[in-house]
Design a protein around this ligand. Structure first.
Ligand code: HEM
Length: 416
């Protein structure tokens, strides 16, 4: 499809279908068209519940900052018309932070917010360094060719998050599979069942069983890990409900994994695509902090969240009526020409970099600091030893419009 030939309707279609996310260049052309011609546009289509698509940074920011006017309940991510209808009648099977509004949200976020503070995360530095060493050793062991996405990027954040939760290494495989099934139920590499909805239900059931057993264990024998904090949490003096406890585990185990691995794989791809930036970063490691945020802006692993208007709200001259849903297109916001100088330039020294990849406001990513630490640890360890790197085959993106990115990245490299 040529840029000129694309219509607003076609661009919207690319935005809301899982297929739209497998072609990065086409997706960005669609988003740029929407930012230019229809930044707040009403979207209707087969199999979806209509919504307002927001593609500009300032509109998304405004919605995130007005969390009393724009609620996470009942529709916090894009589903199918069928799953949305079920949500409105049955509510969430398992509810977690991202689906909650205040005061419930605040009370539940407080359970672990201490845990994710820098002073506490600093304790993890040693373990993270050890895992980054292992990743470096793996690269050496692969002997010059590997799939960086599957062999390195997908493993490392999962190891970190499970170490934080205090889960045994023998469970890593199970958790990796369940997370990928949950975030990309339409992707043929990850889906459990031909019927994506049925597959998702099976995945949720397995997660439920796994975490119910874990809760019982940590209530009987509390330890110092995050799993024990969650299992023994009190909300206003009462134990947290069973389903909420499960929801908490699921978000802690899953939100911190695929997101960060997508940033890592996408980051490596960006560095291969921009060898001048790779050389610049290798020559000046003090750029690692800005490089990590640029990688996160560039890849925007979480493609969207949604909110539902609680009241009629005037947004950018458009009235969003109470009960209508808005779609926050983070990847688009992060290429907004009005906010970023040369948004399509990958610049490891970019400052300022006010990207929205971690969201904003009360739901701002709880693991943002942790994710940055992980990316710094991994690239900080690998890059000094990477003498050359190039593609060894075709890379591929996940077919998912929620958490997605580079799922296959065959590379050929030499180490020093
Ligand atoms: C590059 C990696 C990551 C990205 C891009 C990312 C992105 C996001 C986004 C966009 C949100 C929703 C924000 C909003 O609605 O305003 C979110 C929420 C959240 N993230 Fe992350 N995340 C990442 C890594 C992590 C990690 C490592 C963890 C650790 C467990 C984590 C845990 C959470 C949790 C618990 C929430 C819910 C917060 C709430 O609703 O109050 N994330 N993340």
């Amino acid at each position: 499809m040529s840029a000129d030939a694309m219509t607003v309707h076609q661009a919207q279609h690319i935005l809301y279908t899982a297929e739209g996310y497998v072609d990065e260049e086409l997706w960005h052309r669609a988003a740029a068209l929407l930012r230019r011609e229809a930044p707040i546009s009403w979207v209707e289509g087969p199999g979806i519940t209509p919504f307002w698509a927001l593609t500009k940074h300032q509109d998304i920011l405004e919605v995130e900052l007005h969390n009393n006017e724009f609620l996470s309940e009942p529709r916090c991510i894009m589903g199918t018309a069928e799953s949305d209808a079920k949500l409105k009648t049955d509510g969430h099977l398992v509810k977690s932070l991202v689906q909650m509004d205040d005061p419930e949200h605040r009370l539940h976020r407080n359970v672990t917010s201490e845990w994710f503070l820098p002073k506490n995360l600093a304790k993890l530095d040693g373990r993270m360094d050890e895992l980054a060493d292992q990743a470096l050793q793996k690269l050496r062991d692969f002997g010059g060719e590997c799939d960086f996405a599957a062999d390195i990027a997908m493993q490392y954040p999962l190891q970190v998050i499970l170490a934080i939760l205090g889960l045994p290494e023998s469970d890593y495989g199970t958790m990796l599979r369940l997370t990928q099934e949950m975030f990309a139920p339409d992707d043929s590499d990850f889906k459990r069942d031909e019927d994506a909805m049925a597959g998702l239900m099976q995945t949720l059931f397995d997660l439920y069983t796994y975490f119910t057993n874990l809760t019982a264990e940590r209530r009987a024998n509390p330890t110092e890990d995050l799993a024990s904090v969650i299992a023994n949490a009190q909300i206003e003096g009462n134990p947290m409900g069973d389903m909420e406890t499960i929801g908490y585990y699921i978000i802690a185990a899953t939100a911190g994994h695929d997101t960060t691995s997508n940033a890592m794989a996408g980051g490596m791809k960006a560095l291969i695509d921009h060898p001048d930036q790779l050389a610049r970063l290798q020559a000046d490691p003090s750029l690692m902090g800005t490089a990590v945020d640029e990688i996160i802006r560039w890849t925007s692993p979480v493609k969207q969240f949604m909110r539902t208007a609680a009241v009629d709200y005037d947004l950018g001259g458009q009235t969003i009526k109470a009960g209508e849903d808005v779609y926050l297109a983070y990847w688009s916001a992060n290429r907004d020409e009005d906010v970023f100088a040369d948004p399509f330039t990958f610049d490891v020294g970019r400052t300022p970099n006010k990207h929205l990849a971690f969201g904003f406001g009360v739901h701002y990513c709880l693991g943002a600091m942790l994710a940055r630490m992980e990316l710094k640890a991994l690239f900080g360890k690998i890059l000094p030893h990477l003498a050359s790197v190039e593609y060894a085959g075709e890379s591929a993106l996940t077919k998912s419009g929620f958490v997605s990115g580079v799922k296959r990245l065959p590379i050929r490299y030499t180490m020093r």
